[in-house]
Ligand binder design. Structure first.
Ligand code: ADP
Length: 145
């Protein structure tokens, strides 16, 4: 595969399964979900539409604030629309990498847009699967070494 082919693969081809929670979920339960699902970013939805993104540091900040993590909803600490940086399934790999670097974030939701502020999360693309994909391409290029 040429470098151009590698860079123009779509995000759909290397996506992972998104982990989604409801906006009423407590900060405590969100942290538990992060551990159980082994992810660093959760997507927050209302009636299946994307409303926010919660990262490890958002939850850490919330727990350090002194409020009860068992009663505080994640909607208080999430990054919310319209600030969410996202991509669509046909976007190319390098565009997703550019967004992750430019906005200094770990993960992008892959969404299908059904209207203004009506986005369904269909996948996620993270620094981890970007690294894994680059490794696989590098190994294939070296003849599996
Ligand atoms: P962390 O800082 O927890 O390691 P990130 O670097 O991904 O994780 O997140 C930094 C900040 O950016 C957090 O406040 C988080 O809510 C926000 N964030 C994470 N992903 C996105 C995204 N796709 N769009 C907008 N904001 C995001």
């Amino acid at each position: 595969m040429s470098m151009n082919e590698i860079l123009s693969i779509t995000v759909d081809q290397i996506k992972s399964v998104p982990v989604v929670i409801e906006q009423e979920t407590s900060v405590y339960d969100a942290a538990v979900t992060m551990f159980l699902e082994d992810v660093g970013t959760l997507f927050v939805v209302k009636e299946n539409f994307l409303k926010g993104v919660v990262s490890r540091k958002d939850l850490l900040k919330a727990t350090l604030s002194g409020n009860s993590s068992a009663t505080m909803p994640v909607s208080v600490v999430m990054t919310r629309l319209p600030q969410i940086v996202y991509c669509s399934k046909n976007d190319i790999f390098i565009d997703a990498v550019r967004k992750i670097v430019e906005y200094n974030i770990d993960c992008l939701p892959i969404v299908s847009e059904e209207g203004p502020d009506q986005m369904r999360v269909t996948g996620r693309i993270s620094k981890t699967n970007i690294s894994r994909y680059i490794l696989e391409m590098g190994q294939a290029d070296m003849g599996g070494l």
